[in-house]
Design a protein around this ligand. Structure first.
Ligand code: LIP
Length: 265
């Protein structure tokens, strides 16, 4: 098996560097939150674009033979079998509104298979990592999913999509699950939600439309920590789809299959 550790080390350097920029910008307040595009239910900041350029420069300087797929565009050697998947700021709306719940997410795929993930939360200063051949970690400490097996003791994240039609399904799903678990949460960061499951802090995550860069790194970390992630692409590109992720122990999937919500998860 190829040694991916050198790639993880550079990914962590890039994630921490971008995270430190985010933490300083967050402290500056509104001035650092210039909007570059605004949609009915979403925002894109100039910082998203600047951070992806910063991360791209670090990764491609170290590994010029690789390519990069990011929320803000693609870069590098397009025909490479090694492709970085980058979300420079996961939790953009949280950042813009002053909620300290956001992170930097970097994954590496080799021939389409994720082989490492790094998610850095600059506000909690927690760096989640996983690489083929080693245990998943948070700040170097090995992590694992929870042992909870009952829905009634579970805490579940639900991401609430905003594209046409997903709002109603999302609300229905939220109501259905919330009556069967201990508590629900909507964090606004898929990557942090999945890392919290990997660390045993929460138990499941459901969202019917997110992008590959939102979950590629944290989904790998979750699977290495003993969890399960099921992805159902909505598009031929595979870049957007539905995610169902859990600790591999609570009967979340069975419960959802009993509901009318089987369309996208
Ligand atoms: C966010 C995801 C979140 C989803 C938001 C948004 P972004 O990613 O992490 O799960 O509910 O709509 O897509 O846009 O902050 O990188």
């Amino acid at each position: 098996m190829m040694n991916y550790q050198p790639y993880l080390e550079v990914a962590e350097t890039a994630a921490r560097s971008a995270g430190n920029i985010l933490r300083r910008a967050f402290a500056e307040g509104a001035g650092a939150r210039a909007v570059s595009a605004e949609a009915a239910h979403d925002l894109k900041l100039r910082l998203d674009e600047e951070l992806q350029s910063h991360i791209t420069a670090i990764l491609l300087a170290a590994f010029p033979e690789t390519s990069l797929l990011g929320e803000e565009g693609d870069a590098g050697a397009a025909d490479s079998s090694l492709c970085w998947v980058v979300d420079p700021l996961d939790g953009t709306v949280n950042f813009f509104y002053g909620l300290p719940i956001f992170c930097v997410s970097i994954a590496l795929q080799h021939a389409g298979r994720t082989v490492l993930g790094c998610v850095y939360d600059p506000m909690q200063q927690e760096c989640y990592t996983a690489v083929l051949g080693d245990a998943p970690r948070c700040n170097g400490q090995i992590i694992a999913v929870s042992n909870r097996t009952r829905m009634a003791e579970a805490v579940v994240f639900v991401g609430h999509g905003t594209h046409d039609g997903s709002g109603a399904a999302g609300l229905h799903r939220f109501g259905y699950i919330s009556s069967r678990v201990r508590k629900m949460r909507i964090l606004g960061s898929a990557a942090l939600s999945l890392c919290y499951i990997a660390a045993g802090r929460m138990d499941a995550y459901v969202e019917d439309r997110i992008s590959l860069w939102d979950f590629a790194a944290a989904g790998f970390i979750l699977e290495m920590a003993g969890g399960v992630l099921e992805y159902t692409p909505h598009e031929a590109s595979g870049r957007k789809g539905a995610v169902l992720a859990w600790n591999g122990r609570i009967p979340l999937k069975e419960q959802l299959l009993n509901s009318t919500l089987t369309s996208s998860v």
